[in-house]
Design a protein around this ligand. Structure first.
Ligand code: PMP
Length: 300
């Protein structure tokens, strides 16, 4: 595999980071997660919402004193090139990552030297079609701690603790609450509830990442299905009494949640609105919906 490393395409064994690297030692960095979807009937690979992912990446960098040393357009062009030189003809996950480049001990973010890599990977786990989840005993990191809006490397320790606890206790995934006890998000997913045909999802101020899948789902619900979507704080108990609940994320797509803390949600199966949104989303990301082609960058 070729990897993008600071403006060059290198074979993977040629790319290295020192064990002394400050980004590695203290988690000083941020990353993105982008997907490419293979459309076999069109013989085409589509990169989904590439511009929005790289804009979010650059904004993350700005908040974290991690200046991304390239323009969004450069990052887009290099990503297309990377996928091409790796001759990708299947679904693939793309990981841009920017870390502090220095090898010094002090954990500050002030050095202008940042390292930027982009690599490709297959998604290495296949989640179940519907999830049993729990509310985590771990609190979501807050905006004045490690800003969750920035995909900060160090922040994923919070995600890792929540996911691991959930798995050890026999659940598929966790839901994290804010320090005020409001519903926030999953360790790597946004959350929606549906009650009386209305979608509700926590606002960005409830310590969530402003998800690109979340935004796409809001558009599908409003424009395609004529449903109202409200961004508002959610109480934990609203999860249990919802008609449908689902996670959204680049890696996971749209994923129904059918049990929370051993309470059955709705009918205990994927709900009709979730299914409808999921099937529209799956068409959109593969370039099969004319109305959203502007979100899909063809590689070939
Ligand atoms: N929240 C967190 C903490 C995440 O890591 C992700 C995955 N990027 C999401 C939400 C979903 O965001 P997106 O739809 O942009 O992938």
């Amino acid at each position: 595999m070729y990897i993008f490393d600071q403006g060059r395409f290198l074979r993977e064994p040629e790319v290295s980071v020192s064990v002394r690297n400050k980004g590695l030692n203290y988690g000083l960095g941020c990353f993105e997660g982008i997907r490419a979807f293979w459309n076999s009937s069109q013989n085409q690979l589509y990169l989904f919402r590439l511009f929005d992912h790289y804009e979010r990446f650059r904004e993350s960098g700005k908040s974290l004193h991690l200046n991304i040393p390239y323009t969004t357009d450069q990052l887009i062009q290099w990503t297309i090139q990377l996928v091409k030189i790796n001759a990708v003809r299947e679904d693939v996950y793309i990981r841009p990552i920017c870390i502090k480049g220095e090898d010094t001990l002090r954990p500050d973010l002030l050095s202008p030297y940042n390292r930027l890599f982009i690599y490709l990977t297959r998604l290495d786990y296949i989640p179940k079609p519907a999830l049993h989840v729990c509310v985590s005993s771990w609190t979501r990191i807050g905006s004045n701690m490690i800003p969750p809006q920035t995909k900060p490397i160090g922040g994923y320790l919070n995600s890792g603790l929540a996911t691991s606890e959930a798995r050890l206790n026999g659940f598929d995934e966790a839901i994290l609450l804010t320090k005020e006890g409001k519903v926030s998000e999953g360790p790597g997913e946004n959350i929606f509830i549906i009650k009386n045909k209305q979608l509700c999802t926590p606002p960005v101020s409830d310590d969530i990442l402003s998800g690109i899948t979340r935004d796409t789902v809001m558009q599908i619900a409003q424009k395609e299905l004529n449903l109202s979507v409200i961004e508002r704080s959610l109480a934990r108990t609203e999860l249990y009494s919802a008609d449908e609940v689902f996670f959204t994320g680049t890696a996971i797509g749209i994923k129904p949640i059918i049990q929370i803390d051993r309470r059955i949600i709705g009918t205990g199966r994927e709900g009709g609105i979730t299914r409808e949104i999921r099937s529209r989303y799956d068409q959109i990301v593969r370039g099969s919906n004319q109305g959203y082609l502007g979100y899909c960058t063809p590689v070939y």
